[in-house]
Design a protein around this ligand. Structure first.
Ligand SMILES: Nc1ncnc2c1ncn2[C@@H]1O[C@H](COP(=O)(O)OP(=O)(O)OP(=O)(O)O)[C@@H](O)[C@H]1O
Ligand SMILES: [Mg+2]
Length: 287
């Protein structure tokens, strides 16, 4: 009990320190390309570098981040509608200091809330503003109207693809759709399961070239994650590969990628719209 009270005090004091909180949505065209594994290990990589990341599972009904971490969430986002429940009650402690919020049945449920409930839900998320440096949303594959709203409300969208042509084609379709809705949207590319640095770079270059030529759009590649059997092993053990196999190729490539991501963020970032901005935009889309 005392521990919990102390934790709560620490959290409240942390969240009142004015950090700017960046909202990042991880998506893909094709399913199964590694979004959830990327979101989880990217979040842990950020934490290793002192960037406080909080992970949200917003995959519609197919949420599986909890399975990847070997935890069973006791509560999810929609428990916030209960009068007594605070955002700290729905946060699960994942491995490696990573905090995690399960999204329940995600977008569909959010879309069905009446105005009062939506306001209540969003106001209860407020304390996360300033508490986290980065909030990462792991979404399902493909382009539902709802997931599009989520992406368009974020500061940044990370599109994950593998080097396989069907995944690249579907990633391009997502990029094209996002660009048609908002040409200013910030898209970052991650090539997962690259068998070499060269393959990662060639895949990213190909996509960037097509986006430049047909959409006149610059896409920044954050780099690649190696194709590595340690990932599958870690999935079976329900542990993040970055923690279980820290020296594996996949872990090393994630660390490089995180380093590049943070370096690039400090150089080029316009200030994050923050959680409040995100929720306002999302609400405008929903209504
Ligand atoms: N870098 C990698 N190296 C080897 N295997 C990988 C790698 N990344 C992902 N995988 C394999 O792909 C599987 C699917 O990964 P993951 O669940 O992260 O994909 P996803 O894009 O989140 O899927 P969904 O679209 O269903 O949400 C993993 O269980 C793992 O076996
Ligand atoms: Mg997933």
């Amino acid at each position: 009990m005392r521990d919990q009270a102390e934790q709560l005090r620490q959290r409240i004091s942390q969240s009142s320190q004015k950090r700017s909180t960046k909202l990042v949505t991880v998506t893909s065209g094709k399913g199964g390309v590694g979004k959830s594994n990327f979101s989880l290990n990217f979040g842990l990589g950020l934490i290793e570098k002192g960037n406080k990341a909080v992970l949200f599972d917003v995959d519609l009904g197919l949420a599986n981040l909890d399975v990847l971490m070997g935890i069973t969430p006791k509560k999810h986002l929609f428990h916030l509608l209960e009068p007594e429940t605070t955002v700290w009650d729905i946060m699960e402690q994942g491995p490696g200091q990573l905090e995690f919020i399960a999204g329940g049945s995600g977008f569909t449920q959010i879309m069905q809330l009446d105005d009062d409930k939506l306001d209540l839900l969003f106001s209860k998320l407020d304390p996360l503003q300033g508490y986290a440096d980065t909030i990462i949303f792991d979404t399902g594959a493909g382009l539902s109207k709802e997931s599009l709203h989520f992406m368009l409300s974020s500061d940044e969208v990370i599109v994950v693809t593998t080097p396989e042509p069907p995944a690249i084609t579907d990633a391009y379709a997502v990029i094209k759709m996002l660009h048609s809705r908002n040409p200013a949207v910030k898209i970052r590319l991650v090539i997962n399961r690259a068998t070499s640095e060269r393959e990662g770079k060639m895949t990213a270059d190909k996509l960037a070239m097509v986006a430049k030529r047909f959409l006149n759009m610059e896409i920044l590649s954050l780099g690649f994650v190696s194709d590595d059997t340690h990932v599958t092993k870690a999935v079976k053990q329900q542990r993040p590969f970055l923690l279980t196999y820290p020296q594996s190729l996949a872990s090393r490539s994630i660390r490089n990628l995180v380093g590049r991501y943070l370096e690039n963020s400090t150089k080029t970032d316009i200030p994050a719209i923050g959680l409040k901005g995100f929720l306002t935009r999302l609400k405008n889309f929903i209504r």
